[in-house]
Write a protein that binds this ligand. Structure first.
Ligand SMILES: [Zn+2]
Length: 405
């Protein structure tokens, strides 16, 4: 027993390397062979051989990365994309917005199989929100014909900071003070639940499924009612010492401006959050402020006031981004959230002040693009989080085999 179990045993080494490759694909949601080589430190030959073995065993699946952006295709040929075998299980992704819930069941490659969206006052009706999640998860599993036992985990995106070392619920939501979302949903769903901040998970989603594939250093800006940012540095999510990095909406851009919900004055959110856009534009119907969809529709129709409001919001975002980009030197900035639907006028406003605010280095200035996932970014990020942290029995069995062989 001791001789075959020795650290240098060839069989154990191969088993350990195989698990490293599997874990690299799982953690990344999807990965190319180059990503795996970088993540594991294994040689090209070893990775190639182990990927071949895992494909033959039916633990990994491979597809052509058709949606890869120009940033990913500098070599010309679209890279192939490795994921976990889709049918290895299922996960549920949950996006708890302030005023609604989006919930989706996906396979282990992150492909959404069934999805539901509901308006609900999540901030003030915690129990109703948790009950909806429990019931909708069952209904969606029924829709897809999946056995309950196939569900391996759940991810939750919440609109508040999530501290690194606890799964404690968001303090900013009024009725959630004493509720630990992770624990409450663990009990209701009967699977491991991971909770993440919505902007961080939006960044994850754009990186795994959307506009930021293969970006090692990414700034993702989420423009909704709230304004936030998610960061990837050197290929890994950056959450900060306390897990609250990316509170971009509370960067001060207008020192004499309006008081923010956080108590400071002139935060970016008071200038570029949805409320700032809707209250700045007189309603075309003549009754009260328009909603964000009306502002975006007016913008698309070329209304000068709406275009001005969106461009001003963009310029404020660009001013705040200039400091961040000067510090971090990202490959790419992705603008997500509902306001990103404004498109060109918003991006033009952002790049105007961003370019003005970045010191000239002779290097090209970081590209700014809109996200590809729209309102689904956060729920897809929650799915990626659930896939990345799902307990894979194949790994555990493998470890057990290695320990007893
Ligand atoms: Zn603030």
């Amino acid at each position: 027993m001791s001789s075959v179990n020795a650290p240098g045993s060839l069989k154990n080494l191969r088993r350990r390397n195989r698990d490293l490759v599997l874990r690299a694909v799982q953690a990344g949601g999807a990965a190319s062979r180059v990503d795996i080589i970088r993540e594991t430190g294994l040689s090209r030959t070893t990775v190639s051989s182990l990927v071949g073995q895992l494909l033959a065993e039916g633990l990994l699946a491979e597809s052509t990365d058709r949606r890869a952006t120009q940033t990913a295709t500098q070599t010309g040929r679209p890279p192939t994309r490795l994921t976990l075998e889709p049918s290895a299980g299922a996960v549920v992704g949950i996006h708890l917005r302030h005023d609604g819930i989006r919930l989706a069941v996906a396979d282990m490659a992150g492909t959404v199989l069934s999805e539901v969206v509901v308006d609900l006052d999540v901030d003030h009706r915690a129990d109703a929100a948790l009950t909806f999640v429990e019931e909708a998860t069952s209904d969606l599993l029924d829709d897809t014909g999946l056995d309950r036992g196939r569900l391996l985990g759940a991810g939750v995106a919440v609109s508040s900071p999530v501290r690194t070392l606890s799964r404690r619920g968001p303090a900013l939501l009024a009725t959630w003070q004493d509720i630990n979302i992770g624990v409450a949903l663990d009990e209701r769903l009967g699977v491991p639940v991971r909770v993440g901040n919505d902007a961080n998970l939006g960044a994850t989603a754009e990186r795994v499924f959307g506009a930021a594939r293969h970006a090692r250093n990414l700034v993702y800006v989420m423009l909704n009612e709230g304004v936030g940012a998610g960061l990837y540095l050197d290929g890994r999510p950056y959450l900060g010492a306390k897990g609250v990095a990316g509170e971009f909406g509370h960067v001060v851009v207008a020192p004499g401006g309006q008081v923010c919900r956080c108590g400071n004055r002139g935060c970016l959110e008071t200038v570029a959050g949805a409320a700032a856009l809707t209250t700045a534009l007189p309603s075309s119907a003549g009754a009260g402020a328009p909603d964000l969809d009306e502002v975006l529709a007016a913008c698309a129709a070329g209304d000068p006031g709406a275009l001005r409001i969106v461009a001003d919001a963009g310029r404020a975002v660009g001013t705040a981004l200039a400091g961040m980009c000067t510090m971090l030197d990202p490959d790419l900035v992705v603008i997500g959230g509902r306001t990103a639907d404004a498109g060109k006028p918003l991006i033009d406003g952002i790049t105007e002040t961003l370019h003005r605010g970045i010191p000239p280095t002779g290097e090209p200035i970081v590209p700014v693009v809109t996200g590809q996932l729209g309102a689904r970014a956060e729920v897809l990020g929650a799915i990626a989080l659930a896939v990345a942290t799902a307990p894979l029995t194949v790994l555990n069995d493998g470890l057990a085999d290695a320990a007893t062989s």
